[in-house]
Design a protein around this ligand. Structure first.
Ligand SMILES: [Zn+2]
Length: 242
């Protein structure tokens, strides 16, 4: 039996459309992501901004409140894990959340043209791109095709991890997240200026695949509360990353 009751062409009862606010400054945007991840983790998502009415409302223009520069991993779906909908998140994903020219240009577009107040670099535990880079570095064997482009983008983080005595994958992931934040700011004077003016913040976060919990890897924007999704404090990596 159809849960929606719409398969026969007759619309079933619709729950009231859920709306969620669109923050315009970094700390508030950060809080909205934290609230959405709390809903997702607790098994009580609201799926806001996903109905037909909202789809029509945002067709003429978008004002996303966060850019997600995330890993492409299929389990890291931004709108799901932050419990948001259409027009909320400007998502740029590559394997290993690399920061090449197309990524930088996409981030700059969102921040300067769309006025997005928050950029989140989103990594995750057991990242395959980081593991591939680690393997390539250990064996000296480059992967086939265009995969070296991904591996090469992760290698600076790997070298930094080695210098800091970090050799577990999830520890390297945290360093790579922080490194990607620094790369975005270092390679994009436009973005750095937006941050300096207080119009935007760039932060790093990491997602745990099994728990669904997002935790902060780099400091919160000025004036923002800690990213405190339930279970984050149970995460042994959280204290190490603090
Ligand atoms: Zn990954």
């Amino acid at each position: 039996m159809s849960r929606s009751g719409t398969l026969g062409g007759q619309p079933g009862p619709q729950r009231a459309a859920d709306r969620a606010p669109t923050p315009t400054e970094p700390a508030r945007a950060y809080a909205e992501l934290a609230a959405g991840n709390r809903r997702f983790v607790s098994g009580a998502p609201r799926h806001p901004n996903q109905d037909a009415g909202h789809r029509a409302a945002v067709a003429d223009g978008q004002h996303p409140f966060a850019v997600i520069v995330g890993c492409s991993d299929s389990r890291l779906a931004a709108e799901i894990i932050f419990d948001r909908g259409l027009g909320d998140l400007f998502v740029v994903r590559t394997a290993g959340h690399t920061a090449g020219p197309e990524v930088l240009g996409s981030v700059e577009y969102a921040v300067t043209v769309l006025g997005t107040p928050l950029v989140v670099v989103l990594g995750h535990d057991s990242c395959g791109a980081v593991q591939a880079a680690r393997e390539a570095a250990a064996t000296g064997v480059a992967p086939p095709g265009h995969l070296p482009a991904v591996v090469d983008a992760v290698l600076p983080s790997l070298r930094r991890a080695t210098a800091e005595g970090v050799d577990d994958v999830d520890g390297i992931v945290d360093i790579h997240i922080a490194q990607t934040v620094e790369t975005l700011l270092g390679q994009s004077p436009v973005l750095a200026d937006e941050v300096a003016q207080g119009r935007c913040a760039v932060v790093g976060m990491s997602y745990r695949l099994a728990a669904g919990v997002v935790r902060a890897v780099t400091p919160a924007p000025a004036g923002a509360a800690t990213f405190d999704a339930p279970g984050a404090s149970d995460d042994p990596a959280a204290s190490a990353a603090a």
